[in-house]
Design a binder for this molecule. Structure first.
Ligand SMILES: C[S@@+](CC[C@H](N)C(=O)[O-])C[C@H]1O[C@@H](n2cnc3c(N)ncnc32)[C@H](O)[C@@H]1O
Length: 292
């Protein structure tokens, strides 16, 4: 006799709990909803129905092996928009929405942003959010991973933003024509030694999106010096920070004029660097200014 939905959820919850998955019951519900192609909220009311979900055990085994739910369902929401995610891209995190909030604060006039650069675009989440908010802007997404760029390109096309984007495969210093009003960057920032201690789910995400050397600052060291030449006067670069990294990263920044924005857990999450209007040095590198 076929298992009922309620029975399946009990069994799956126990499997996930034994595998160390937090909120095992809720995760089991999401997984079964995905397998059945229905909304998770409808499952409880159908607890006594027979469950016809032939692929479910395979999905359950993947989640019990601590593969992130987003890779199993292939979907994650960011800034209220749906993104397709694969193991080629970091799963966009709610913390990174802090960068978008900082951008909106920096440019109250939404039409003031004409060009956006997203360095290390991954799934394209930050670029999509910026283009959604700054409706007159075009954007460039850069990533050294061609596989990630393919995901980003498909995501922005699916969101109707494809015509406003351009994609470049390369490193932080890849040549790009012209300068930008807004640069967003969520670089890798995890210390090598900390990687092994992180949740098992992180082992499924691209190491190149996470690992940043012995002190977690390698990417900042490489990318921050490239920023002044990317920006027009008055432009803003916003860089995501790992917890506890604000002072160390601000000290590496090629501007003295910086600000911080905190995430919902009150952790400084975004370093805001403003290209000063009147202090462009001979090589286009701004002089030190005042803290904002
Ligand atoms: C932390 S993920 C951020 C992805 C996405 N922007 C987000 O916020 O969800 C970092 C991204 O930077 C890319 N990356 C790492 N090192 C890079 C480098 N030297 N040059 C360009 N991109 C790099 C990775 O491939 C990855 O997609």
């Amino acid at each position: 006799m076929a298992e009922t939905i309620g029975g399946l959820l009990c069994r799956a919850g126990a499997v996930l709990r034994a595998a160390g998955v937090e909120n095992a019951r809720a995760e089991a519900r999401r997984l079964l909803a995905h397998a059945l192609g229905v909304d998770a909220g409808t499952l409880v009311a159908r607890a006594h129905d027979a469950a016809d979900a032939p692929g479910f055990d395979a999905l359950l085994a993947r989640r019990a092996a601590r593969e992130p739910m987003a890779y199993i369902t292939g979907a994650r929401e960011f800034w209220g928009m749906p993104f397709h995610v694969t193991p080629d891209v970091l799963i966009p995190r709610p913390d990174s929405e802090t960068l978008v909030e900082a951008a909106l604060e920096a440019f109250p006039d939404r039409r003031a942003v004409a060009r956006v650069l997203d360095l290390g675009t991954g799934s394209g989440a930050l670029l999509a959010a910026a283009l959604r908010e700054f409706g007159a802007a075009t954007g460039v997404g850069v990533d050294r991973s061609g596989a990630a760029l393919a995901v980003a390109q498909a995501n922005l096309a699916a969101l109707g933003l494809g015509a406003r984007t351009r994609w470049i495969e390369g490193g932080w210093d890849v040549p790009i024509d012209g300068r930008f009003d807004l640069v967003l960057c969520n670089p890798p920032y995890v210390e090598d030694a900390a990687l092994a201690a992180l949740d098992p789910e992180l082992a499924h995400e691209p190491r190149g999106a996470l690992a940043a050397g012995a002190d977690g600052l390698d990417a900042y060291r490489a990318l921050l010096p490239t920023l002044p030449a990317r920006l027009v006067p008055g432009a803003v670069a916003i860089v995501e920070l790992g917890a506890g990294q604000a002072a160390a990263v601000a000290a590496l920044a090629p501007w003295a004029e910086t600000g911080l924005r905190h995430d919902l857990a009150a952790i400084p999450r975004a370093l805001v660097l403003r290209q000063r209007m009147a202090c462009i040095g001979k090589q286009g590198v701004p002089n030190a200014g005042h803290a904002v």
